[in-house]
Design a protein around this ligand. Structure first.
Ligand code: ADP
Length: 606
């Protein structure tokens, strides 16, 4: 803490007070001294006058006579006794006697101012340098009367040295009398100034500490006056400040937590487009380092110029600006919607902007898929319908068509209708599956039955195509929680595909087993196989590796899509291993129903 005696305020406060005290003391001192000096002079003059009156009575008989040595002697003795100088002067100015000097050596005194004044006014005084005693002296003269007639003068005088000594003594006394109270007043003043300065210094110190962040600091000034009230007010203010800062910190933490937890990216910039915040999502989308980007211009931080443009325009045009940008990354092609909003400060002036980055890649992809889907459906429906229309029109036009051709046409119309029907039923199944679990009825079911049933119904088709279909089923039930209809659809599709895409002489092995709490269905064929680059796409709707072949086989391109949906709707997985010309193996894994009695693993051929 700053030492109190180095406080400027203390000395400013004290200087005024001290000046008043000293000035007052000086004025009082001067007045007293002057008064006292005047008193001293008066006193000396009174003394001189008293002596003059005494000497006048002694001198009265001698003034009209010539100088008398005995009288002279007497005056001299008188002067030696009293310390005052006496001079007796005749009417003509001749000095008759003098207590200090020989009258014969002295000048005529008729023209001395005190003598002249005494002759005229009855008494005269004068202060001047006396050549006789070689010192400044005060003279007092009175007339001596004889028989009512002016006969001479008596003069008394005292050197000013005596006066000065008296005055000095008086001055010293006065000075001594003033020094003590002045010193006491000055000391008291210092104490008072200190008592005002100390709390002010404490307050300054505390205010500084609070400003520097020490909000727990409090003043301990307990006074009933305004300083005490001010200290209390400061303490209250600090408390409120702390509460407000706490609230702000809590709010800020909440905001940061919300921003950090947001899926959308948020980047906030100030008026100079310097980054003030970039949440985790924004860092991931833009591929930036949050800490390193703080305080830097947004266009230095990210190469996505649209972000800086959006922020800049939102500030310039003072409106919300929505745009979309494609940001390719190593993993995926992101489509980001940018919503830039200007930020205002308390004075409603634009102080920056915030941009929200919303990843709409999936949405846009879904839209594209939907568009493709509608186009595909239209195309798929149009092909058989056009064929049927062509056949019917030909039959109508050609009335004379022979019976054999007509039969063929009708058979073709039948095929196309079946295709249409298959297509519609596959679409219905897909839409049922896509509406989520609500479209399915889950119940405990034995998957063995479904697989056996599917193989039974398709054994004929396999035989027709000279393909050996072999089901491999375990001895115990494989109970899952599933939708019987959907599961049958799954197995049917896999087995029929295997038969369809396996040339005559090939094999199709259907194997059901349990493995680590899951039911595992494997449909393996020795068919044409699927090229590696196509393998991920065969599960897409309407995707076919060889379109012509699929159509020829009566395929709709929806089978594997349905299989995948069913597997996923049952919480399962599907995988594919295939090599062109060697065959394919589809593997579906679905969790067993909890408490399923079949814990024995393995398969048994039927
Ligand atoms: P489709 O009705 O055309 O069979 P799917 O969705 O069932 O449609 O199958 C998609 C495509 O995957 C088929 O067109 C075919 O090219 C290929 N495919 C499906 N299963 C097999 C398989 N077992 N062997 C070879 N290719 C297959």
């Amino acid at each position: 803490m700053k030492p109190i005696f180095r406080s400027r305020f203390l000395w400013e406060l004290y200087a005024g007070y001290a000046a008043v005290i000293i000035a007052t003391a000086m004025v009082v001192g001067v007045v007293l001294v002057r008064d006292a000096e005047h008193g001293v002079l008066e006193h000396i003059r009174d003394g001189l006058q008293r002596d003059a009156v005494l000497v006048r009575d002694i001198a009265a008989p001698y003034v009209a006579l010539p100088p008398d040595s005995s009288f002279e002697q007497r005056i001299r003795a008188l002067g030696a006794r009293t310390g005052t100088r006496y001079t007796v002067i005749a009417l003509d100015g001749t000095v008759l006697a003098d207590s200090n000097e020989d009258p014969k050596t002295m000048d005529n005194h008729r023209d001395r101012p005190e003598i002249m004044a005494a002759a005229n006014n009855g008494m005269g005084t004068s202060t001047r340098f006396s050549r006789t005693v070689s010192a400044p002296s005060m003279y007092l003269a009175i007339p001596v009367m004889k028989d009512g007639v002016l006969a001479g003068f008596v003069r008394t005088s005292s050197t000013l040295e005596a006066i000065r000594q008296r005055s000095d003594a008086v001055r010293r006394g006065i000075a001594l009398a003033l020094v003590l109270p002045v010193a006491a007043a000055l000391g008291l003043g210092l104490l008072v100034a200190r008592s005002f300065t100390r709390p002010l210094l404490d307050m300054t110190e505390t205010a500084r500490a609070v400003a520097a962040g020490d909000h727990a600091r409090r003043l301990h000034i307990h006074r009933g006056d305004e300083i005490g009230v001010l200290a209390d007010a400061l303490n209250t203010m600090t408390g409120q400040l702390r509460a407000q800062i706490d609230t702000m910190a809590t709010d800020r933490n909440k905001t940061l937590a919300i921003l950090a937890g947001m899926v959308e990216g948020v980047v906030a910039v100030d008026r100079e487009e310097r980054v003030v915040h970039a949440n985790a999502a924004a860092q991931a989308i833009l591929g930036i380092d949050g800490r390193a980007s703080l305080g830097r211009r947004v266009w230095e931080v990210t190469r996505v110029v649209e972000v800086s443009e959006a922020l800049g325009e939102a500030m310039r045009q003072n409106r919300v600006r929505v745009s979309e940008v494609r940001i390719p990354t190593a993993q995926k092609d992101q489509v980001i919607q940018l919503t830039a909003t200007p930020l205002r400060n308390a004075g409603d002036a634009i102080d920056g902007a915030v941009v929200v980055l919303h990843d709409v890649s999936e949405l846009r992809q879904l839209e594209a898929v939907r568009r493709d889907f509608v186009a595909n459906i239209s195309h798929e429906l149009k092909t058989p319908l056009t064929a049927i229309r062509g056949l019917v029109e030909t039959m109508i036009d050609d009335r004379a068509m022979d019976a054999e051709t007509r039969e063929r046409f009708i058979a073709k119309i039948g095929d196309q209708s079946t295709r249409l029907s298959n297509l519609v039923s596959d679409l219905l199944t897909l839409s049922r599956l896509e509406s989520g679990a609500s479209g399915l009825r889950f119940e405990a079911m034995d998957l063995r039955e479904t697989v056996a049933e599917s193989c039974r119904t398709q054994i004929h088709a396999a035989e027709t195509r000279k393909v050996t279909l072999t089901p491999g089923l375990p001895g115990a039930p494989v109970t899952i929680d599933g939708d019987v209809e959907a599961m049958r659809e799954l197995v049917d599709n896999l087995v029929s595909n295997a038969i369809k895409y396996t040339p005559p002489g090939g094999r199709v092995d259907v194997k059901l087993a349990t493995e680590n709490g899951s039911a595992v269905l494997e449909v393996a064929d020795t068919g044409i196989g699927i090229p590696p680059e196509e393998q991920s796409r065969v599960f897409e709707r309407f995707y076919r590796v060889d379109k012509a072949r699929s159509r020829q086989m009566g395929g709709t391109g929806l089978g594997l899509s349905i299989v995948k949906h069913v597997a996923l709707a049952h919480g399962g997985t599907i995988s594919l291993k295939s090599a062109p010309g060697r065959g394919s193996t589809f593997r579906v894994q679905v969790g067993l129903k909890p408490g399923n009695s079949s814990r024995r693993e393995g398969t048994r051929s039927e």
